[in-house]
Design a protein around this ligand. Structure first.
Ligand code: ADP
Ligand code: ADP
Length: 230
């Protein structure tokens, strides 16, 4: 069964002069339950816009998005059973690692014990146990990105969305985090949608890869089949 379904999804941006620009041109895509789907393509092709529409962070111009068996077009981001990991980590600089990971659950009024358990579990998965009292500026880039991932994990969402999460890391750390995110996918058994412009990332991480260009989907295939089309 499809976990996330995009039907004729359109995004138009309107500029000051009231002209419209079609960033996403009516795409159709079914992402399977527990699949790791990579959206790949050159800068500006509409990957991030598509992801942000799935997250509910961007209004959709036309079409339909379903998560599970529910159409979510009018559902608030916090009620979509998704969690998103951003490129710039989006951590709160004045809060500890623990509080950064706990913040979303606190807003949702989870009980303290449950918050502590979930944060501890996420820290264990990500190797952040000894970092919980630190502030983001006392962490390396890779550790910061782990905190950002931890903040998504504690929500226990059905669907994880990643928007170029590794692009601020150096080459060595990128390779390491690539492996860690793949392991995380196996361990959590969640559906993951991962946006990148990096073809190597796409080929090594994706169960399937969706290639976008100019607001359209050009191809959806497993890595090995991607370039083998007749
Ligand atoms: P990608 O993630 O593939 O790099 P984006 O989805 O960010 O591409 O952008 C797709 C297109 O939409 C680009 O041409 C970009 O300039 C345009 N765009 C993105 N966000 C906005 C915005 N807020 N207002 C106007 N145009 C935008
Ligand atoms: P607030 O002031 O918003 O209530 P607290 O700092 O009191 O937040 O922390 C809320 C919960 O998180 C408490 O149960 C606290 O024990 C736990 N907590 C905070 N920091 C840590 C940490 N570094 N390690 C383990 N638990 C922590």
């Amino acid at each position: 069964m499809a976990e996330v379904t995009l039907k004729n999804l359109v995004k138009e941006y309107r500029d000051d002069k009231r002209t419209t620009f079609r960033a996403v041109k009516g795409i159709n895509l079914e992402i399977r339950d527990r699949e790791f789907m990579v959206l790949v393509g050159p800068s500006g092709c509409g990957k991030s816009t598509s992801l942000r529409m799935i997250a509910g962070l961007e209004d959709i111009t036309d079409g339909e998005i379903s998560i599970g068996d529910r159409v979510v077009n009018d559902v608030q981001p916090k009620d979509r059973d998704i969690a998103m990991v951003f490129q710039n980590y989006a951590l709160y600089p004045h809060m500890t690692v623990f509080d950064n990971m706990a913040f979303g659950l606190k807003l949702l009024k989870y009980p303290r014990d449950e918050i502590k358990k979930r944060v501890d579990d996420a820290a264990d998965i990500l190797g952040l146990e000894s970092m919980l009292d630190r502030k983001p500026k006392q962490l390396s880039g890779g550790q910061r990105q782990r905190v950002a991932v931890g903040r998504a994990i504690v929500r226990k969402p059905k669907v994880f969305l990643f928007d170029e999460p590794l692009s601020n890391l150096d080459a060595k750390m990128r390779v390491q985090m690539r492996t860690e995110i793949s392991k995380l996918h196996a361990r959590l058994n969640a559906t993951m949608i991962y946006v990148t412009h990096d073809q190597v990332e796409a080929m090594t991480m994706g169960d399937r890869i969706c290639v976008m260009k100019d607001g359209n989907i050009m191809q959806v295939a497993e890595p090995l089949d991607l370039y083998n089309r007749p």
